[in-house]
Design a protein around this ligand. Sequence first.
Ligand code: 13P
Length: 330
Amino acid sequence: MHSRALFVAAVSCGLAAVDAFTKCPASSPSRAALAPPGYGKLARSSSSLLTVKMGRKPIVGGNWKCNPAETAKLPELIGNFKKCAETLDKCDVYVCPSNLHVGMVYDKFPKGIMVTPQNCNFKGCGAYTGEMAVDQMVDMGLKSCLIGHSERRGEFGLPTPKETNALLATKLDYILSKGLTCIFCIGECLPIRQKGIDAVLAECADELRDIVPILKKLEDKSRVVIAYEPVWAIGTGVTASPEQAQETHKGIRDWIAKNVDQNTADEIRIQYGGSATAANAGELAAMPDIDGFLVGGVSLKAEIADIVKAMVVAKGDSATGVSSGASKVR
Ligand code: 13P
């Protein structure tokens, strides 16, 4: 069991554990309003022909984080996604290789699997040592980018700078302005979950508030995917129960309806992440407000295909709908 699990093993049956290192990062006080004009038009031209408004198309992502250690392992890991590509008409699939490996593998996956960097900078090319620009992703033909993972928001006591809500809003704006889809991660740490659902939803609202103006002006709502990943479930083997996850996803959707608009709430996809496996994916996927998964550890195994399959089976014929048409591209 992952060491984090030692602290949070009690979560699913009462949330009694106190996790010494899931202290919540200070939430950003600033509320930047951010979106220059432009990406609404870009969204329309890039996707309107492919968008069929029937329902939310499921989406499953694999986050390899900082793995594998050896490049020799990459072909096998890529091979695990072959099966996932068989149902791209019913479920979008993306994969987030480590930053170092993106350039090696971005054109090696089956067509339609979206290679999705785990981060981007806030602006573009130039004197930004250690950063990755969306402009470079565009040039490589990439169609999506993930930001805001809790491992970058200052969770887990990592000695790295905490990315603030305001910075993430700036990054989202930049990603959308370049025509990419964004996976935008949010989620609460254990002490917040222990306070109950109202505290959880207040935290999710804090993490989303800065992107409200951006969501409001976005024409194709499928270009932002919210990945709800409770921090206490990440890498712990402790999964949110289907009811817990559904309650939270519905709460997030209701908040979006109230603070953005009903159309955005209806169309935006919300993924669940946190110890998702083939064994628990079916029950979670059956929940009406769970539109997909963001998978960590299991995305490094052949089992990832079973998670995609569980999603396709659970959503059935509704699994073809509002999509940016991403499955048509790399
Ligand atoms: P696990 O599936 O390993 O819990 O990781 C979830 C995650 O953090 C994906 O981004």
